[in-house]
Design a binder for this molecule. Structure first.
Ligand code: HEM
Length: 456
């Protein structure tokens, strides 16, 4: 019970008592928790015949999204989908994201939009990122992004998808733990029905500008012989997998900038320099070269993710085996138990690695000569894994480069086009919704109101 309610404080107490490896029992299952980052490699690169990532993922797919797929080779699927989100496909995703962000963030200029408006920062960040991210991957209602009637349709449709998605997102953590009440199950079922219609194969087939990622995922499902209903369910599952992290990440990043004036000034200064160097006053599009010339922003993003990304890295133990730690200790793992790393506690919040680990320091990942700082130590030894928001090993995020580009584009477009400030500058940074530990980016316990207006 305590584990489900607040895994971070429960595991942190266990760590103080038992050290950096111990076994707990949750809902009848024995889970060995490993919290020594020097030893993570022995888990991350172990063969999938011994430590399996997919078995538990398939249980969650069913519990959260009612998705049951026939057997397939997940590593082959991953190679295919990774290619569609990286390398030669990245520029077209970045360009589409830029246009879609403009569509959802900058509606027709009218005098009213030049007045101060108030909104929850979490709601703003999550909705804009999800809507633009969804349009980028799943396609537009019509081909011409810049046509106002197409933009209006994209705005309306993506807003409907977001509103349903957000309601479902609030129920998913408890669905994953099989803790929904009968009324909540009914509510989740009806939201899912609505979303399956919005994401149906028929609707997707009629869209323009679909990404090669969605095209290749649709083809993969067809090759597996998955029927159309199950394909729509899989589309919703992928919407969550691809969109549940970037919006919350943007929320924390903007909130830290708004609360730390030196960080905001440093990011604004860097952004002005990047734009000025390219001879542009306002941005028309953001090249990869511009996106790669922002070491201060990169440090701010790494620091934000260090503080707010808390995925579990879980493996099912398929055969009795020995786990050897970096210091030479050996432990026996039993078949059918589970092994779990929780990088949020260590390395990310480990006071042996980071001074004042609970504090936001925007330049923590910057060297004196403005390059990325990569040397962090624990017990006198340099760490290979010192910040793991993207996971690592077999289950690294395959959308990382697209995610980083998308987050940067959103923040850059926002800061160049809008003035924004906290409604109450004294308001404290909210705590985390504690039920979300283990599932990726954390969300705040409550929203924070900001004021914003288009710059003159
Ligand atoms: C701040 C933003 C993001 C963070 C922190 C993040 C983090 C992660 C992590 C930790 C995993 C591993 C999850 C697990 O194995 O249980 C993961 C998987 C994944 N991510 Fe991301 N992600 C982000 C954004 C994105 C975006 C924008 C996309 C897509 C366009 C994406 C696509 C995926 C996919 C498809 C997987 C599953 C990979 C697989 O099949 O193993 N992610 N992400």
């Amino acid at each position: 019970m305590e584990f489900g309610k607040d895994a971070a404080s429960f595991l942190s107490k266990m760590k103080q008592k038992h050290g950096d490896i111990f076994t707990i029992q949750v809902a009848g299952k024995f889970i060995t928790i490993l919290l020594d980052p020097h030893s993570y490699d022995s888990v991350l690169w172990e063969s999938s015949g011994k430590l399996d990532f997919n078995k538990y993922a398939r249980i969650l797919m069913d519990r959260m999204f009612d998705v049951k797929l026939p057997d397939y080779d997940p590593s082959e699927e991953k190679v295919r989908l990774r290619a569609a989100l990286q390398n030669k496909n990245l520029p077209s995703l970045t360009k589409a994201m830029f246009f879609n962000l403009q569509t959802v963030l900058l509606p027709d200029p009218n005098p009213l939009s030049r007045q101060w408006a108030e909104e929850g920062l979490f709601h703003l960040s999550y909705s804009i990122m999800l809507r633009a991210g969804y349009l980028t991957l799943y396609g537009n209602e019509e081909e011409n992004y810049s046509d106002p009637s197409c933009q209006n349709k994209d705005r309306a449709h993506s807003a409907e998808v977001y509103n349903q998605f957000y309601k479902l997102d609030q129920l998913l953590m408890r669905a994953a733990r099989s803790m929904l009440t009968a009324a909540e199950k009914k509510e989740a079922a009806s939201i899912k029905e609505h979303l399956w219609k919005l994401l149906s194969v028929k609707r997707l087939n009629s869209k323009a500008n679909k990404s090669s990622w969605i095209e290749s995922y649709m083809q993969h499902l067809q090759e597996l012989g998955v029927d159309e209903d199950m394909q729509s369910r899989a589309m919703l599952m992928q919407l969550w997998a691809t969109q549940c992290n970037a919006g919350p990440a943007v929320f924390w990043l903007l909130l830290f900038l708004l609360k730390h004036h030196a960080a905001m000034a440093a990011v604004q200064g860097e952004l002005e320099k990047v734009i000025r160097n390219r001879g542009q006053k306002r941005m028309q599009g953001i090249s990869q070269e511009m996106l790669d010339s922002t070491p201060v922003f990169d440090s701010v993003l790494n620091e934000t993710l260090r503080l707010t990304a808390a995925p579990f890295i879980s493996r099912e133990v398929l055969a009795d085996m020995e786990l050897r730690l970096a210091d030479g200790r050996k432990f026996s793992l039993r078949k059918e138990d589970r092994l779990c790393l929780f990088p949020y506690l260590s390395p990310q919040m480990d006071s042996e690695i980071y001074e004042d680990p609970e504090k936001f320091k925007y330049d923590r990942f910057l060297t004196a000569d403005n390059t990325e700082k990569r040397d962090f130590y624990k017990g006198g030894e340099r760490l290979k894994y010192y910040n793991m928001p993207w996971g690592a090993g077999i289950n690294t995020c395959i959308g990382k480069y697209h995610a980083v580009n998308s987050i940067k584009q959103f923040v850059f477009i926002l800061l160049t086009n809008f003035d924004l400030e906290l409604k109450d500058p004294e308001e404290r940074i909210p705590g985390f919704d504690k039920g979300r530990y283990g599932f990726g980016m954390l969300q705040p316990e409550h929203d924070i109101i900001i004021r914003y207006k288009l710059k003159d």
